[in-house]
Design a protein around this ligand. Structure first.
Ligand code: F0G
Length: 441
């Protein structure tokens, strides 16, 4: 079906409203050379007919073409930054379900809730949505090496997509603060893994220097093409709801790339006439790593990074989120809110999501913990139509799960986490009579 993609033009643009400098789409930029602000992909000439676009997206679900089977590239008319799709490596990312979860709804103070579970992705997190785009751009630029600093999921995802694309992957990790599930993935996919004795924020500064000196392409979320991929999570969610807009979209926040991507996607869906209003975004941070929450709540002019972020939800253990200016814009443009939750609240919410037969990693559970707080505070109404995004798979961090259920989980600083919804295994003798005795009735 002919679309307007062929006539659309793509460029990189400074995100700063008072700069808006423009650059070629094939420039290697993460920050504006003129003012230092973040960069974004921008398009002109996107004049699709909304109904035709909706039909095209729906028809592609029945297609066997790899590009159409991808839950990212299926929506390519809305991210037309490539001129040649032969460079794309897809592992069929996206295609993640919207799951009803009555037990979680009740716990969260809602009549109903739907989880958009990004843990169903090929490497088990939402990073795959962005990585397929980032790696496609790396190939277009002829890059031989890609790099990222990561709390785990970005590195697992980048390792997989780089391997599939035949590009060398260099990953930098905070030593001792990444779950083994995630590190194991990166090793299995053949990445060169460097564990640095520093935290995420410090390593990001280091990696930026190294990228310049070694000519490596950076695939952290300040890479604008990662954002282009992650915004499709909102397109797919809306498509799955026949473009009915929820009242709220709730997600966890760390480096703040995802909330920036969701906001951009939602605004662009509205501009394209696919939806007629925006849902409100609710961003949830872990209390010990919540500089953006403090910034928004205090209405501060200046953003103050947190030098020593802490949380057992290691995915979001970030004190100096690079994308905060974009995140602020998206929270404002969607009339959104930012909330913070404790370690205990995250752990209990996570167990409840498990009891729904769904499961997720700790950072993802911040969503339900945040919803419980926001309904209790009257910010979200009980009857509201809420989509919460679970960002990572339950198997990403089994150590956390085991410790919670056996009462051995300790928050940073040594505070014990109560095993409120604990479920321990029972050791039994190899004796049918004794086991029957135990289990009958
Ligand atoms: N949830 C999970 C499971 C994550 O891995 C991350 C970020 C987030 C939420 C927060 O998303 O940073 O866009 O606000 N993980 C990054 C990583 C930092 O390196 O894998 P964000």
């Amino acid at each position: 079906m002919p679309t307007a993609t062929q006539t659309a033009t793509a460029e990189l643009r400074c995100f700063n409203p008072s700069c808006r400098a423009q650059y070629a789409i094939s420039d290697v930029l993460y920050n504006c050379p003129a003012c230092g602000e973040l960069i974004e992909a921008a398009y002109s000439g996107l004049n699709h007919e909304p109904e035709a676009l909706r039909r095209l997206f729906r028809d592609r679900r029945a297609s066997n073409a790899p590009l159409d089977q991808s839950g990212v590239w299926r929506y390519r008319e809305l991210s037309p930054f490539l001129s040649d799709y032969s460079r794309v490596v897809t592992l069929r990312e996206g295609n993640t379900p919207l799951l009803d979860a009555p037990i979680a709804a009740e716990y969260g103070g809602l009549k109903s809730i739907a989880f958009k579970h990004q843990g169903f992705n090929p490497t088990g997190s939402f990073k795959d949505n962005g990585m397929t785009c980032g790696v496609a751009q790396a190939r277009r630029l002829g890059m031989r090496r890609v790099a990222c600093v990561s709390t785990g999921n970005t590195s697992a995802s980048m390792a997989a997509y780089a391997a599939a694309a035949g590009i060398e992957a260099l990953i930098f990790l905070p030593h001792g603060n990444i779950s083994f599930g995630k590190l194991a993935q990166a090793l299995e996919y053949g990445a060169k893994a460097l564990e640095v004795e520093a935290n995420f924020d410090q390593i990001l500064a280091l990696v930026r220097t190294l990228a310049d000196r070694l000519g490596i392409y950076l695939l952290n979320s300040m890479n604008p093409f990662r954002i282009e991929g992650q915004k499709t999570i909102m397109f797919e969610m809306l498509d799955q709801r026949d473009w009915r807009v929820p009242d709220w979209v709730v997600l966890p926040g760390g480096n703040l790339g995802n909330v920036s991507a969701f906001g951009k996607g939602l605004r662009e869906a509205k501009e394209a006439g696919l939806i007629d209003r925006l849902p409100r975004l609710a961003l949830i941070q872990a209390e010990g790593s919540s500089p953006f929450y403090e910034f928004v709540r205090n209405g501060a002019r200046e953003f103050h990074p947190l030098a020593k972020p802490e949380t057992l939800a290691t995915a979001i253990r970030i004190g100096d989120p690079v994308s905060w200016p974009k995140a602020l814009n998206e929270i404002r443009s969607t009339d959104g809110v930012v909330e913070k939750v404790t370690e205990q609240e995250i752990a209990d919410a996570k167990a409840i999501i498990g009891r729904c037969g769904i499961g997720c990693e700790p950072a993802s559970a911040a969503t339900l913990a945040g919803i419980r707080k926001l309904t209790a505070g009257g910010v979200i109404e009980r009857g509201a139509d809420v989509v919460a995004v679970l960002t990572g798979n339950v198997l990403k961090d089994p150590d956390y799960i085991y410790r919670y259920h056996t009462g051995k989980l300790e928050a940073p600083g040594g505070v014990k986490i109560r095993s409120t919804y604990g479920n321990q295994s029972i050791v039994v003798p190899n004796d049918a009579d004794r086991i029957v005795e135990m289990l009958k009735g």
